[in-house]
Design a protein around this ligand. Structure first.
Ligand SMILES: [Zn+2]
Length: 439
C-alpha cells in the first residue's frame, strides 16, 4: 500500500494558451491566462485559470514559477514515419521518385532489428525534443522493427499510435508481406501493445497503390475483430500516384472509394494529405468522420500541391497536422503550423489562419482526429497533464520579439513563427517530466 502525501499537486505559473473549442467554428476559442496557473494532480489537469485564484483555493500546493516562458498543450503529430528519420532532406524529387530513391531503401534496412532499435530511439527523442507528446506513426514493414518503436515509445513516456505497414504489391519484394502473414503479425502486435500504457495500435496499409484487395480485406477484418484500433493510410497525395491507383482499381470511381469498399474510414481513421480530393471525396470524408492529416511541409517539399483547407473545414472534415517525416522537413509541429499558414497565404482561396487556429490544428484537432479528445489536446480539468513549456534562449530573436508583444495573440503568433526545438524547455506527459532541456 502506498501512503499518499497530504497534497501531491503542483501548480505551474506562467502565461498559458489552449483551445478548448474549435476556432474554425466558434469565436473566442482561444483561452489565454497571462498570469496563468495550471494545477496538476495525479497526472491530470485539476484546474486551469488565473494563478492567484487557483492558489487561493490551493494554498499548500507546490508552486513552480515558470514565468518568462509559456505553457501550451503537448503537440500532436498525426502523420509521421519512424523509419524515415535518416532520409530527411531528400529534396528535389516528387513522391514516387522520392519513395524509390530515398524512403524505401531506408525502410528496407529496418529488417535489421538492431538498426531499427537505434532509429526508434532517435525517433522518439526527436519527437519529445520538439514538444510532441502524442504521435500517430507509420511503423515499419517488419514486425520486430515496429515492436521496437512501441518499446521506445513506452520508454519515452510518449503516447504512440502505430502499426505494421502493410503492402503486398508494387514495392520491392523485401517490403511485401502476404495477407496471411500480415494478419498474423498484426494480431500478435495488437496483443502485445494495443492499450498497453499509452500505446495504441493502428491498422496501417501503406497506400492503395501497394495493397491488393485481399490485403485491404485483412485491414477490415482486423478492425472488426479489435474494436478501438485506429487506422491510418495515405490518400490523394500526388497526381501520378492517383493515376496509378485508378489503373489498379478500375472499379473505383475515385481514390477514396477504394478504402470505402473495405470500410476503411470513420472515427479514429486518419488519411494523410488529401491534396487532390474531389468535392465528392471531401463530402464523404466529412460524412464518415474520417480525419485528414494535413502535412504542408511535405506537400511543398515534394511538390505535391496546395491543400484546400477551407474546402475541407467548411465541409466538416476533421483536419489536423502531420510533419510527415521524412517527406516533410522535420519534427517541429510549431513549424508545421507556420507552414500551413504560409501555404494558405499563397493558395488560391486559401484560409487566413490566426494563431488560435494554428494552436488548435497542432493540439486539440489532433486529439479529435485520433479519437483522444477526452484525454488530451487542451487544459480542461480532468484531462491528462500533457504540457509543453516553451522558453526561448535569452539571445534568441524570439526573446527580443516577446519583449515588445502587446497581446497574447501576438505572443502566440511569434512563438509559431520563431520557436524551434531550442525553445522547447520542458515536456510533461500525465504530469511527469519526460523532457527537460539542459542549458
Ligand atoms: Zn506519409
Amino acid at each position: 500500500m502506498t501512503v499518499s502525501s497530504p497534497d501531491r499537486s503542483e501548480l505551474l505559473r506562467a502565461p498559458l494558451f489552449h483551445t478548448p473549442r474549435n476556432p474554425f467554428q466558434q469565436d473566442r476559442a482561444l483561452e489565454c491566462h497571462w498570469d496563468g496557473g495550471l494545477l496538476i494532480r495525479d497526472g491530470r489537469i485539476a484546474a486551469c485559470g488565473a494563478f492567484e485564484s487557483i492558489r487561493a483555493v490551493n494554498p499548500n500546493t507546490t508552486i513552480h514559477d515558470l514565468r518568462g516562458g509559456f505553457l501550451l498543450p503537448g503537440l500532436i503529430d498525426t502523420h509521421i514515419h519512424f523509419p524515415q528519420l535518416r532520409v530527411l532532406g531528400g529534396l528535389g524529387r516528387t513522391l514516387l521518385d522520392w519513395l524509390e530513391e530515398c524512403a524505401l531503401p531506408e525502410e528496407a534496412r529496418m529488417v535489421d532489428e538492431s538498426y531499427a532499435r537505434e532509429i526508434a530511439g532517435g525517433f522518439v527523442r526527436a519527437l519529445v525534443s520538439h514538444g510532441t507528446t502524442t504521435a500517430m506513426v507509420f511503423g515499419a514493414h517488419f514486425s520486430a522493427a515496429t515492436a521496437s518503436l512501441f518499446e521506445a515509445g513506452t520508454k519515452s513516456g510518449l503516447r504512440i499510435i502505430s502499426g505494421l505497414v502493410l503492402s503486398d504489391r508494387q514495392l520491392q519484394p523485401e517490403l511485401r508481406q502476404t495477407p496471411d502473414s500480415a494478419y498474423r503479425d498484426c494480431t500478435d502486435l495488437i496483443r502485445c501493445f494495443h492499450g498497453r500504457g499509452r500505446l495504441l495500435f493502428a491498422v496501417t496499409p501503406r497506400f492503395a497503390l501497394s495493397t491488393s484487395e485481399a490485403m485491404l480485406e485483412v485491414c477490415q477484418t482486423l478492425r472488426r475483430e479489435h474494436p478501438g484500433l485506429r487506422f491510418q493510410t495515405h490518400l490523394n497525395e500526388n497526381v501520378r500516384e492517383i493515376a496509378a491507383v485508378s489503373k489498379l482499381f478500375p472499379w473505383a470511381p475515385d481514390y477514396l472509394a477504394v478504402y470505402e469498399r473495405f470500410g476503411l474510414g470513420g472515427r479514429g481513421a486518419v488519411m494523410a494529405h488529401s491534396v487532390h480530393s474531389t468535392v465528392s471525396e471531401v463530402e464523404r470524408l466529412a460524412e464518415a468522420g474520417t480525419a485528414v492529416a494535413h502535412c504542408p511541409c511535405s506537400n511543398a517539399a515534394l511538390g505535391s500541391g496546395l491543400f484546400a483547407l477551407k474546402r475541407h473545414v467548411e465541409a466538416g472534415v476533421r483536419v489536423a497536422l502531420g510533419t510527415d517525416v521524412g517527406g516533410g522537413t522535420g519534427f517541429g509541429m510549431l513549424k508545421e503550423a507556420l507552414q500551413a499558414y504560409l501555404l494558405q497565404r499563397v493558395a488560391p482561396d486559401g484560409a487566413l489562419l490566426d494563431s488560435a487556429q494554428m494552436l488548435y490544428l497542432a493540439t486539440r484537432a489532433g486529439a479529435e482526429a485520433l479519437g483522444l479528445e477526452d484525454e488530451v489536446g487542451d487544459f480542461q480539468p480532468g484531462k491528462a497533464a500533457d504540457i509543453l513549456y516553451v522558453k526561448p534562449p535569452e539571445d534568441a530573436p524570439l526573446s527580443e520579439v516577446l519583449k515588445r508583444t502587446e497581446s497574447p495573440e501576438q505572443a502566440l503568433a511569434a512563438i509559431f513563427t520563431l520557436a524551434g526545438a531550442e525553445s522547447v524547455r520542458q515536456v510533461r506527459v500525465e504530469g511527469s517530466l519526460v523532457y527537460n532541456q539542459q542549458i
